[in-house]
Design a protein around this ligand. Structure first.
Ligand code: FRU
Length: 344
């Protein structure tokens, strides 16, 4: 699908605000390139006689709201550049499919690849192949192994995990829970944010030795899977104080499971990550009291297009890494953050 002239949807408008100037007053942090990439982009001719650039956007899975927001944001940003056309591919959480889709992009002669890899290791070779061919590669949100890519754009998942852990540690202390039992719903094992969010959380809870992670399971980022996984975890553990989920959809699923298991959800803490400003997003969930805390995790879609323009048209070497700012969202700031991110 070519999206050069696609109108801005409501979701796109909302998600657009995720990484614009509304990020708590501080912009993205940049890391410089160790060495210039061989960015031999190959502009094709087309459009109204001008040069156009075909960008392949390889999405890990479009079934999740946060990923749809990323695509919408890319489409909206690209719509401001008639010389760019973006082709989207949805790997539906299938590594082999995503590899094949990138191969297909290479055959089509894309000028630049944006990819949010489903899992790191299985996508590493095909990303390196694209990069080796001189096609600039922008990794978005999730990483691959090694260094064969042009740049990475995303938020600091270890830091988010750490802040989530600190919040949980404080909550446990405030609520006088000794021990304070945590169950963890993890993202897809081989995806970089799952490891970083898990490790960061473990750092954060060190602030309170009473906090114990009593069970940890993968629910692969998926709300549906998290329903059955959390049901089983709650059944196995009669006393759970905190649910730490690596994203909001899994946290919401655990909230439902806890209610069905007749747990007093008002006395538990549900921790999520994503903080979309949409009606069914995490900020509303904090306002409604289902989640005690979430974290705005910007998609970076707009930045990906900004840097694509810098690479393709201005022939500039981009930073090696761009770290997007995040915000912790609690009842105390949920209204303000929602407003700040353009939600209602
Ligand atoms: C969507 C998602 C988000 C999460 C991100 C991490 O696929 O699970 O909910 O924040 O991926 O890569």
């Amino acid at each position: 699908m070519t999206l050069g002239t696609r109108p801005l949807t409501a979701a796109a408008a909302l998600s657009l605000t995720l990484t614009t100037g509304l990020l708590g007053g501080c912009g993205p942090r940049e890391t410089t390139q160790p060495s210039a990439p061989s960015s031999a982009s190959s502009p094709a001719t087309g459009g109204a006689g001008g040069r156009t650039f075909l960008i392949g956007m390889s999405q890990a899975n479009k079934g999740e709201p946060w990923r749809q927001a990323m695509n919408d944001q890319i489409a909206a940003a690209a719509a401001g550049h008639p010389e760019l056309s973006v082709q989207f591919a949805d790997a539906a959480q299938d590594n082999a499919k995503q590899v094949a889709q990138v191969e297909n992009f290479l055959q089509q002669g894309i000028s630049l690849l944006i990819i949010s890899p489903n899992e790191a290791a299985p996508l590493t070779d095909v990303v390196a192949k694209a990069y080796g061919k001189g096609i600039p590669v922008i990794l978005l949100d999730r990483k691959v192994k090694g260094d064969k890519y042009t740049m990475w754009i995303g938020a600091d998942n270890a830091k988010i995990g750490q802040e989530a852990g600190k919040y949980a540690a404080d909550w446990c202390k405030r609520s006088a829970r000794t021990p304070c039992r945590v169950i963890e719903l993890r993202g897809l094992e081989g995806s970089s944010p799952a490891k970083e969010r898990g490790d960061g959380f473990r750092e954060g809870i060190k602030a309170n030795p009473a906090v114990q992670i009593i069970a940890s399971q993968n629910a692969d980022w998926l709300r549906e899977k998290a329903v059955s996984v959390s049901q089983a975890m709650l059944q196995a553990s009669p006393n759970v104080d905190v649910v730490y989920a690596h994203n909001d959809p899994m946290a919401e699923a655990a909230f439902i499971s806890a209610g069905s298991a007749h747990r007093d959800t008002g006395k538990m803490l549900f921790v999520g990550i994503d903080g979309l400003p949409t009606p069914d997003g995490g900020i509303h969930s904090v306002q409604a009291g289902r989640l005690g805390v979430t974290h705005v995790y910007p998609t970076g879609g707009k930045e990906a297009i900004d840097y694509a323009v810098q690479i393709l048209e201005k022939k500039q070497t981009p930073p090696r890494a761009v770290v997007l700012p995040t915000v912790q969202v609690t009842k105390a700031n949920a209204d303000a953050v929602l407003k700040q991110y353009g939600g209602k």
